[in-house]
Design a protein around this ligand. Structure first.
Ligand code: GLV
Ligand code: MN
Ligand code: MN
Length: 417
């Protein structure tokens, strides 16, 4: 490993990195040690302000774009060279933990500051990005900021998405951007020379095997759908069951059929219905409308294509009395990361004498979209018992710092290519 990469890694400050996690966890704190920091909420704005404050104190250049992605740039010696990027997200699940996403942002900031402390000058700029709305918990779908940044989707595709309270994404995004009137607004789709995202594993393998670093090889495929079941409301006491068009009853039948469709003896298919909205949601009125989400994942392109294509026909066969509307909201094929970036991360782990393993990611990340436009890789660190999307999510300061060291070293390597 280059000497300056080693130097940068050695200047990662474990205590500062941990302290920043705790300070970010104050924003949107919920009982049980968790956080609720929905995309484009006042908590999201507060987190952006805190991050910008830390970046300004270092003199980094700060910018945003049309979907609210936030960019923090440490200059390189060649100002015309496209940057090497790193980052993750600051939004959380409604009952999320203190590390999902925010770790990659704070580890990225720590890597930039470690380069400062080591007096490292890279040829390319190194740019930290905090992607907007990675979780999609408030405004589906997930990984929205990187999808727009890389040109896979347009902001206009998402402006009319509404949250559970009926707020339009377009309005919440406008409020978020208006909270930062002084930030430079930059174009979408700027070229990047590479991207490395650090993240907690969100699964149990690293902890179980006593490994500190996961060198991520790719991400499994993911398809999301919104399913609407359209029935008719009526009085619970008077309407004969034989004449009802009960949207919830039909939704349950459809959901059971989907569970049958995705039954898998090898336990590789991931199928989740995590969001159900019932209208009018009153104990004594027959539900007229049900919306539920489908989250389907698999590492094999042919399997996810087959299962995803069967979602709508399966629901159509199951539902007898109601109309249905099935809207695909996300279709990400499995992705493989760049062999050279994977090798850089692996070399950094070896040079820092950290136990590591290669592994695929079951969770989705913004790295999936970045992999379409530049050489990309990811670094995982262990989290306690693999628990994530849960208030109890936990990680050890020393593991977070180890991941930031690998990140700093790999970024310095890539930024000098
Ligand atoms: C990201 O949070 C995902 O759903 O994988
Ligand atoms: Mn995440
Ligand atoms: Mn998440």
């Amino acid at each position: 490993m280059r000497e300056d990469a080693q130097d940068a890694a050695s200047r990662v400050d474990e205590a500062r990195l941990w302290q920043r996690h705790m300070e970010m966890a104050e924003i949107g704190a919920i009982p049980g040690n968790g956080v609720n920091r929905a995309a484009f909420s006042k908590e999201d704005i507060a987190a952006r302000k805190r991050l910008i404050g830390w970046a300004r104190a270092r003199g980094y250049a700060i910018a945003t774009d049309a979907i609210g992605n936030l960019f923090i740039r440490r200059a390189g010696s060649d100002p015309n060279a496209p940057p090497v990027m790193t980052g993750s997200h600051m939004d959380s699940q409604p009952r999320g933990g203190r590390f999902d996403g925010i770790y990659g942002v704070l580890a990225g900031l720590e890597a930039l500051e470690a380069m400062d402390a080591a007096g490292v000058c890279t040829r390319r700029p190194v740019e930290l990005v905090a992607w907007s709305n990675e979780e999609g918990g408030r405004f589906p779908p997930c990984t929205m900021g990187s999808a727009v940044y890389t040109g896979a989707r347009a902001v206009s595709d998402f402006e009319s998405v509404i949250d559970n309270e009926g707020v339009r994404l377009g309005n919440a995004l406008k409020e978020t951007l208006e909270a930062f009137p002084d930030l430079e607004r930059r174009a979408l789709n700027a070229p990047a020379a590479g991207y490395i995202e650090a993240h907690i594993e969100q699964g149990p393998l690293l902890e179980r095997e006593g490994k500190t670093i996961g060198v991520v090889t790719g991400i499994q495929g993911l398809r999301w759908f919104n399913v609407e079941i359209l029935g008719e409301s009526g009085h619970a006491g008077t309407t004969p069951v034989s004449t009802r068009r009960d949207a919830l009853r039909e939704a349950i039948t459809a959901i059971n059929a989907l569970h049958e469709l995705t039954r898998d003896a090898s336990d590789t298919v991931r199928f989740t219905i995590g969001r159900v909205l019932v209208t009018p949601n009153s104990p004594n009125t027959i539900p007229s409308h049900v919306l539920f989400s489908v989250d389907l994942r698999h590492p094999d392109p042919a399997t996810i294509a087959r299962l995803g294509n069967a979602v709508e026909p399966t629901i159509r066969r199951a539902v007898q009395t109601c109309a249905i509307k099935v809207t695909p909201t996300l279709h990400d094929d499995p992705c493989a990361f760049d062999p050279a970036v994977i090798a850089s991360i692996e070399h950094a782990a070896q040079a820092l004498a950290l136990p590591y393993r290669r592994m695929p990611s079951g969770a989705s990340h913004d790295a999936m979209y970045m992999a379409r436009v530049c050489p990309t890789g990811m670094i995982f660190v262990p989290c306690e018992k693999g628990v994530s999307h849960n208030e109890a999510e936990n990680a050890r300061p020393e593991d977070l710092a180890a991941g930031a060291r690998v990140l700093a070293a790999a970024l310095v390597e890539l930024a000098n290519r």
